[in-house]
Design a protein around this ligand. Structure first.
Ligand SMILES: [Zn+2]
Length: 275
């Protein structure tokens, strides 16, 4: 899909390194998602310098051939999961510097706890033109929940974020990327318009109600990986690794899988909460 004008690459970030907001006590397996601030800023500069069209989903006009992306590369959507305070201290200023807007998915039970963003920080994101979305209430995997619990996560987090921001919250990313048909249907019924999973693939277009795929930007990913993804030519290794993990998850179930994955990725103690 090199040079495709009909694709959107959605990037998924988590916490960024900030000594003011350490990723304290995080199992090593989670640190694979924590990017040094300097690397993150370099990636934003690269997007700006290359003329990449950084958009929000509702701005996706990639289906209209009359408006090709300025540099012929996919449009890029920036997303941030979990609501770590470094999203406010590092990501927000970097996005504003380049005139980019992104989507920040908040786990509402964590708001203001430890090094997660306070309600005031979340409000500031919204006031700065960023989109605030839901990452569930407790970060439990939505596919593991019964219908009542599922609705509680979807509606409860939406309500909490709407109270904080004073705006309609209609974007959600699933904790651990776990989405199936039932979860997607429940999310749509709860009023979510933009739904995101963690399947590392380009999107031909961004369609309301249809889960959009995202590339996790990992600490180990080099500059060439990043350049390939945002130029519409993602390495196949990401998709292959994802499929291998998916096979393991289906065989083991979410709980056992989380601890296996922790061992493989980080060699640390089992995670209390997967990403
Ligand atoms: Zn998460």
């Amino acid at each position: 899909m090199t040079g495709s004008q009909t694709a959107a690459a959605v990037l998924m970030y988590h916490a960024l390194e900030d000594p003011r907001h350490p990723v304290a006590g995080a199992p090593r397996g989670e640190l694979v998602y924590v990017l040094p601030g300097e690397i993150f800023r370099a990636q934003m500069r690269l997007l700006a310098d290359s003329g990449t069209d950084v958009i929000l989903p509702e701005e996706d006009t990639s289906r209209d051939p009359r408006t090709p992306s300025p540099n012929g590369a996919p449009r890029v959507v920036l997303t941030f999961d979990d609501g770590h305070a470094s999203n406010h201290s590092i990501a927000l200023p970097a996005l504003l510097e380049h005139g980019f807007r992104g989507i920040f998915f908040i786990t509402t039970d964590w708001t203001g706890a430890g090094n997660y963003m306070s309600a005031g920080m979340i409000r500031e994101l919204a006031a700065s033109g960023m989109i605030v979305g839901s990452h569930g209430r407790s970060h439990r995997f939505l596919t593991d929940l019964n219908d009542g619990e599922l609705i509680g996560e979807l509606a409860g987090s939406k309500r909490a974020l709407e109270e904080i921001t004073g705006t309609v919250v209609d974007s959600i990313s699933a904790p651990g990327g776990r989405i199936d048909g039932r979860v997607a249907e429940a999310a749509r019924a709860a009023g979510y318009r933009w739904i995101f999973d963690s399947v590392p693939a380009l999107n031909a277009s961004l369609v309301p109600g249809r889960p959009a795929h995202r590339f996790a930007v990992m600490r180990s990913a080099g500059g060439s990986w990043f350049e390939r993804v945002v130029s519409g030519n993602p390495p196949r290794s990401a998709a292959i690794r994802f499929r291998l993990f998916e096979v393991a998850r289906k065989l083991l179930g979410n709980r056992l899988y989380a601890s296996l994955r922790e061992t493989l990725l980080g060699g640390g103690r089992p995670s209390r909460r997967g990403r």
